[in-house]
Design a protein around this ligand. Structure first.
Ligand SMILES: C=C(O[C@@H]1C=C(C(=O)O)C=C[C@H]1O)C(=O)O
Length: 363
C-alpha cells in the first residue's frame, strides 16, 4: 500500500495536535504543582523527580527514537514546565508589575513619591545626637528644599559598644526638628516592640539593610499603616529584596519605598558597590518607588554627586544622602556625611539633573 505524501502529512498534523493538546494539559497540571510548591515554600526545581521520570520513560521507550533523544525531548519539556511554574509564581507577587501595571504613587502629607512625581531628596544625619544638631540641620535642609528629614534614634551598630542612638528621646527630637523644617521624618525601626512609639513620631519607618530579612519586623511594619522605606540588605539579591517587600505588602501595607544602598563586593575603594542595575530591575519588575542611598553606597564624599546623577538617570524616584552640621564630630559614619557647605555644592551639582529627570518623567 502506498500512501501519498499529503496523506502522511495529514497524519503528522493530527498527531501534532494531539501532542500539543497533551503538552498543554501537562502544562496545566505542572502549574498546579508549582502553586502547591509555592504555598509550601518548596523549591520548584526537583532533579530527582525529573530523573525518576526519565528512567521510567527510557524503560518504556518503544523506539524508533533513541533513549538519548527521548531524554533530551523530555528534558526540554521539564525546562519549559519549570519556567511555567516560576512565571506563575512571580505573577502572584503583590509587588510585581504583572499584578499592578501602574506605578504606586505614595501621598504622604503634601508629598508625592513615585510615578511621575519629581524625584525627591531625603537628607539628614546618620544619628540623632542632640536637639541643637537636629534643629540646625532641619532648618538648613528646609532652606535647601529637602522635604524628608532622616536621623536614627535606634542605631544598628556593628559593635555593641558603638553609640546605639538616643532612643525615644531621639525620636522626639527628630519629629520636632522635622516639623520645624516643615519636613517629614523618617527613622529606622529595629525592634517589633518599638512599633507603637515609632508610630507616634515617625512619618516613614525605615527598615535598615541589616534587618531586610528580619521577617518578624517586616510583618510588623506591614501591619502598620505607615509608609516603609525598605533598604536592600548588604548581600541581598534583588529577588530577596523584593520578597522582603512582599512580606510588607502581604500584611496589607502597600506603601513601600525600595532603597538601593550598595552591596558588598570584592571592591575595596568604595564602602559598598552601588548596584544601578538593581534600581532599573526593581523599577521594571515592581510598581514601587525606588530611591538610592548614595552615602552608604559610596562611603566616600567624592563619589556622591556622580552616583546621584547616575541614579536619577537610571530612573530613581529619590536620593538619600547623609548631612551633618559637623561630620568630624559625628558619633557615627563621620567619614561619609556631608557638611552644609558640602551639601550645598552637592545639591547645586545635582539640580540640573533633578530638573532633567523631572521633565523626562513628565514627558
Ligand atoms: C512539576 C514539577 O516540577 C518541576 C518540573 C518537572 C516536570 O515538568 O515534570 C519535574 C520536576 C521539577 O523540576 C514536579 O516537581 O513534579
Amino acid at each position: 500500500m502506498t500512501q501519498s505524501l499529503e496523506q502522511l502529512r495529514g497524519e503528522v498534523d493530527a498527531l501534532n495536535r494531539q501532542i500539543l493538546e497533551l503538552l498543554s494539559r501537562r502544562g496545566e497540571v505542572v502549574a498546579r504543582i508549582g502553586q502547591l510548591k509555592s504555598e509550601e515554600g518548596q523549591r520548584h526545581y526537583d532533579p530527582s523527580r525529573e530523573d525518576q521520570q526519565l528512567r521510567e520513560l527510557v524503560a518504556l521507550n518503544p523506539g524508533p527514537f533513541s533513549d538519548a533523544t527521548v531524554k533530551a525531548i523530555f528534558k526540554e519539556i521539564f525546562k519549559a514546565s519549570l519556567n511555567l511554574e516560576e512565571v506563575n509564581d512571580k505573577q502572584v507577587l503583590l509587588v510585581s508589575r504583572s499584578k499592578q501595571p501602574e506605578d504606586t504613587v505614595l501621598d504622604i502629607g503634601k508629598l508625592r513619591i513615585g510615578g511621575k512625581a519629581p524625584p525627591l531628596m531625603i537628607a539628614g544625619p546618620c544619628s540623632i545626637e542632640s536637639e541643637e544638631q537636629m534643629m540646625v540641620t532641619a532648618a538648613f535642609l528646609a532652606e535647601q528644599g529637602v522635604s524628608i528629614l532622616r536621623g536614627g534614634a535606634f542605631k544598628p551598630r556593628t559593635s555593641p559598644y558603638g553609640f546605639q542612638g538616643l532612643g525615644p528621646e531621639g525620636l522626639r527630637i527628630g519629629k520636632q526638628a522635622a516639623r520645624a523644617g516643615g519636613q517629614l521624618f523618617v527613622t529606622e525601626i529595629m525592634d517589633t516592640r518599638d512599633i507603637e512609639i515609632m508610630s507616634e513620631y515617625a512619618d516613614i519607618l525605615q527598615v535598615g539593610a541589616r534587618n531586610m530579612q528580619n521577617f518578624a519586623l517586616l510583618r510588623e511594619v506591614g501591619r502598620s499603616r505607615l509608609p516603609v522605606l525598605l533598604k536592600r540588605g548588604l548581600a541581598a539579591t534583588v529577588e530577596e529584596w523584593l520578597y522582603a517587600a512582599e512580606y510588607i505588602l502581604s500584611e496589607g501595607n502597600a506603601s513601600v519605598i525600595l532603597c538601593e544602598r550598595g552591596i558588598r563586593t570584592f571592591e575595596k575603594w568604595t564602602r559598598n558597590t552601588l548596584d544601578l542595575s538593581a534600581v532599573v530591575l526593581a523599577k521594571q519588575e515592581t510598581h514601587l518607588p525606588v530611591i538610592v542611598d548614595v552615602t552608604h553606597a559610596a562611603g566616600r564624599r567624592d563619589l556622591l554627586l556622580p552616583l546621584a546623577r547616575a541614579a536619577l538617570a537610571a530612573g530613581a524616584d529619590g536620593i538619600h544622602v547623609e548631612v551633618h552640621p559637623n561630620p568630624a564630630t559625628a558619633l557615627s559614619d563621620n567619614e561619609q556625611q556631608l557638611d552644609f557647605a558640602g551639601y550645598r555644592e552637592f545639591a547645586a551639582g545635582l539640580q540640573p539633573f533633578l530638573e532633567a529627570a523631572t521633565r523626562y518623567r513628565q514627558s
